[in-house]
Ligand binder design. Structure first.
Ligand code: UD1
Length: 422
């Protein structure tokens, strides 16, 4: 078993370079299926989820070469099957993007049901609705999503999303880029990674407008080209390091970011007593000398406060002066880390799985904890960095699904964190 062993108490100081966005890289990797020509993708984070996507592309018959750790050359013209069946794909949520991409390009796909973090019921009804609106038959069995667009011609259509879904919005884009006619998605997700997927596809000849608003229009084109593209910086990795600076009362320059993507996080950090400076591609977070201040947080679709930052800010508010509330409005089971955090002395109660009431304590005490999922695991690391004494955190394979060189980047900022085999 691999663990992080952390001795807390060091304020983080220095500069950290943010990697490419996992949640943009995953659908863009799937989107390479939409063209026969070679794609060079830069700024792809070397994390377990992207490695699984690459393994799956190869398993389908594509050629994927690593030019360096973060640059890939991909040619999918040799794809010879439409059924995704490598076992590791079941571990990740983004597997569903193969359904949209294979349907878009080859009009058929069979993909295992998505895995990923257990943070609540993660339905597929919006994906199903989108594929069906385009004319595909969709069957969701106990183990697979089966989509078939071979019986009827797929054709562009207008659809209304009943829930704001990042995954469904991107999947419908993937399925409709090569579909004749105009597809309109009303109620689309506006997250930066939705925009990044659209920018990538437009760069190789697609015709998508409105990405970043709640109405996206896709004019089907017959063919896409090859080309090069660099994935945007990871909003959540950046936010996590910003929160690490705040909770340890440190002073960290977070480099290679798009500051507007971080506005909701910067704004909350200001509210709780941090000083924020920003320029074109960096933000600096200076933690307060005294205790953090209490506040209220509600997670919302972009541009609201991201659900993927909810555990990290809750952990910070556990050390704030006064009572805070955190409302999780996206997922219905995203407080799995609370029992672990209580081991450190955090005063936190969760009501109906949606609202956390946190009465801040002066300090956390180091403890042995298990990471329940990706973002919660990162949050427990932040708590341990701020705690008195030593903490061991296992389940770090979750954290490594989404953070490139997490322990190394933290060490460079002065953290006492080791990755150990025990
Ligand atoms: C993606 C991100 C995840 C992030 C989330 C919200 C990836 C791989 N994962 O997850 O890190 O936390 O966006 O920003 O990019 N829903 C349905 N039916 C559907 C689709 C979604 O009910 O067909 C519900 C979900 O259960 C959830 C909400 O809608 O309650 C939002 O889900 P969605 O935006 O689709 O999240 P994911 O794509 O799973």
């Amino acid at each position: 078993m691999r663990i992080y062993r952390i001795r807390g108490g060091e304020p983080l100081k220095g500069k950290v370079d943010i990697s490419g966005a996992k949640n943009a890289a995953l659908p863009i990797l799937a989107a390479t299926i939409l063209t026969d020509e070679t794609i060079t993708l830069e700024n792809v984070p070397m994390v377990n989820d992207t490695l699984i996507m690459v393994e799956t592309l190869r398993n389908l018959g594509a050629t994927v070469d690593y030019i360096d750790d973060n640059t890939l050359s991909i040619n999918t013209s040799t794809i010879s099957k439409y059924r995704v069946d490598n076992p590791s794909i079941k571990k990740i949520r983004a597997s569903y993007y193969f359904a949209g991409a294979l349907l878009g390009r080859y009009r058929q796909a069979r993909v295992p049901l998505p895995g990923g973090c257990n943070i609540g019921g993660r339905g597929l009804d919006m994906h199903e609705k989108g594929f069906k609106s385009l004319g595909a038959e969709v069957k969701i069995t106990e183990s697979e999503i089966i989509v078939d667009g071979t019986k009827n011609d797929l054709v562009g259509t207008r659809m209304y999303m009943d829930k704001v879904s990042v995954g469904a919005t991107i999947n419908i884009i993937l399925a409709s880029v090569l579909t004749p006619g105009k597809t309109i998605i009303e109620g689309a997700a506006k997250e930066p990674h939705v925009v990044d997927v659209a920018n990538f596809i437009n760069g190789i000849g697609g015709h998508i407008t409105g990405a970043g608003t709640d109405k996206i229009r896709i004019n089907g084109v017959p063919k896409l080209r090859g080309g090069s593209y660099a994935v945007i910086p990871d909003q959540i990795e950046a936010g996590t390091f910003m929160m690490a600076a705040a909770i340890t009362h440190g002073d960290v320059v977070v480099n290679n970011v798009i500051p507007t993507h971080l506005d909701s996080i910067s704004s909350k950090l200001r509210e709780i007593g941090c000083k924020i400076e920003e320029a074109d591609d960096w933000v600096r977070v200076i933690g307060p000398e005294g205790r953090l201040r209490r506040t209220q947080v509600k997670t919302l679709p972009y541009p609201g406060f991201p659900t993927d930052m909810q555990p990290q800010i809750s952990v910070a508010l556990g050390l704030a002066d006064g009572c805070s509330t955190v409302v999780e409005s996206i997922f219905d089971n995203r407080f799995m880390y609370v029992n672990e955090l209580k081991k450190m002395g955090c005063n936190i109660v969760v009501d109906e799985c949606t609202t956390a009431y946190i009465d801040g304590v002066e300090y956390y005490q180091g403890a042995n904890m298990t990471s329940p999922d990706l973002r919660a695991g990162a949050a427990l690391v932040l708590a341990a960095l701020a705690a008195q004494g030593q903490s061991d955190i296992d389940g770090i394979e979750y954290i490594e699904r989404g953070y490139e060189n997490f322990d190394k980047k933290l060490r460079n900022l002065g953290a006492d964190i080791q990755k150990l085999e025990v």
